[in-house]
Design a protein around this ligand. Sequence first.
Ligand code: RIB
Length: 303
Amino acid sequence: MKYDVVVIGSLNYDILIQQDRLPYIGETFIGNELLMMPGGKGANQAVQCAKLGLKVKFIGCIGNDIYGDELLKSLKNNNISTDNIYRRGSNSGIGVVQILESGDYCSTIIKGANYLLTKEDIKDTFFENSPLVIFQSEIPTEVVEYAISRAKFYSCKIIVNNAPARSIPAAILKQIDYLIINETEATFMANKYVEDINDAQMCAEELFKNNPSGTVIITLGENGAVFADANNVTHHPAVFCPQVIDTTGAGDSFIGGIAWSIIQNMPMNEAIPFAAAISTYSIQKYGGQSSFPMLSEVQHVLK
Ligand code: RIB
């Protein structure tokens, strides 16, 4: 079977708490709203790809719990192939997301079944007819590294969203075509603070030196994104957002937009503004997958 995109990654059931600020240590704080919904960086990115009309296959692990049922349902509802989602252990991955007044969020994830995915689950047939494979860092490192090597063997293009950030060996880094990270992950990878556009440009350039045949995108929220390739390091401004409600999954919808653009052979100087418009759309509603736009809702950006 041919798929535009194979996503090998995480599924988390998200518990979102809207609260005015984070509590201090020892404080009991009263939150405003509670929302529960399917998430996980892998699943979110797969859903955004599917909402844009791509044919998507997902490889991952969920637990034998009610959250697993919901996670599976959400992918199926978006016409994503779930034949290689395995049910193992008693608990699915969980994300506890605290959304602050500004729309910014911080989250803690419980690995659950995501970490029960093994190298043996990765089959060469996933890569034979699929041009693009997307990874994040919420499943075991050895599975990601093995799958990248196999996908590369079949000449697939590779997107790695190194979130949450972890060290990537040089031999693996060289196989990544699109390394996509935010400023926090860039700070980890470059081992120096990335706080503004200038820092991000220097960091992207430095990360690019480790993998000159690939590209680097550093997303900077309201400061846009920085892109580095063999020709240049460029800054792309963010798309104006009238009201930020919740930035959960904004990076995931951005990656969905980049994946769609790669499949359309769109140059990155057009792909990045398109992906930015998609993530801006997503932050104007609560939640991840449910806030992501269909292609028809963002197509005007392409004109
Ligand atoms: O990127 C947002 C996602 O990160 C959430 O859905 C949460 O589950 C964590 O994986």
